[in-house]
Design a protein around this ligand. Sequence first.
Ligand code: SF4
Length: 302
Amino acid sequence: MRYEGAIYRPPSEARSYILQATIGCSWNQCVYCAMYREKTFRLRALEEVLADIDAAALATPAMEKVFVADGDALVMPLAHWEPILERLARRFPRLRQVSSYAMAWNVLDKTDEELRRLRELGLSLIYLGPESGDEPTLRRIAKSPLTALPGDGREGAPIFDAHVQAAQRAREAGMKTSAIFLLGAGGVERSGAHAAGSAALATAMNPDYLAALTLTVVPGTPLADRVDEGRFALPDQAGLLGELRTFVAEARPKDALFRTNHASNYLPLAGRLPQDGARMAEIIDAALAGGVRLRPEWARGL
Ligand code: SF4
């Protein structure tokens, strides 16, 4: 199996075969993100990807889950997705899940028929990362090309709505969805609005899975420049826990599995939302009062 550059995947894909079908992220502009800055986005040659699948199947024929990388692999056209999904199904007889990261516009740029076709062929879960539901925060972190394509009719479209539509269209095609939010993305200035807006977007997206990560300011990113210039300040630990508390107390999806098990978080939580929201809020209150051990800084990761 050949990989180019660093590979990222959600924590829940730790036991999956990671298939690198694209290199980098087709957007690559989110101001906090350093994951693919050294990569120029491209589709990997199809024959290379299919050869990787064949090699992986020889090594791990009983694999049940595949995560298709890199940053927004759903952007691939059907001409790539179809042979990849067909080959995965043929080579891994026990396959039960294929997933990828997706930006909202990757979903919106596909027709309902294309989304249904992807689901039929095995793409069963997409990870959408709106990071925030607060529109000013979404625009400040440059979360979407919807803000940056003047003249295509979408430049003023609310990014909040785009994520709701993307989640709805993926669900209607039969896919499961996971939505990821980023504590601290609004900075100190929009902390409260970011937390409340994120809970509102989690409710409106109504995903099957929800996750919260904690923002880390990475040197070399535009966000780090803003910090240096005094234009952005990350909330302190109590502020970040306060955002998490607002989120678990206010998010009302129908029934979503919620986790904060990512290494960036101070407080690992797991439960279902909305059912376990009050219980998780109590744990956060105990942590804010000093009664729960938090992950130390040295143990946190991106
Ligand atoms: S869409 Fe994801 S991978 Fe791409 S720049 Fe934004 S955070 Fe990074």
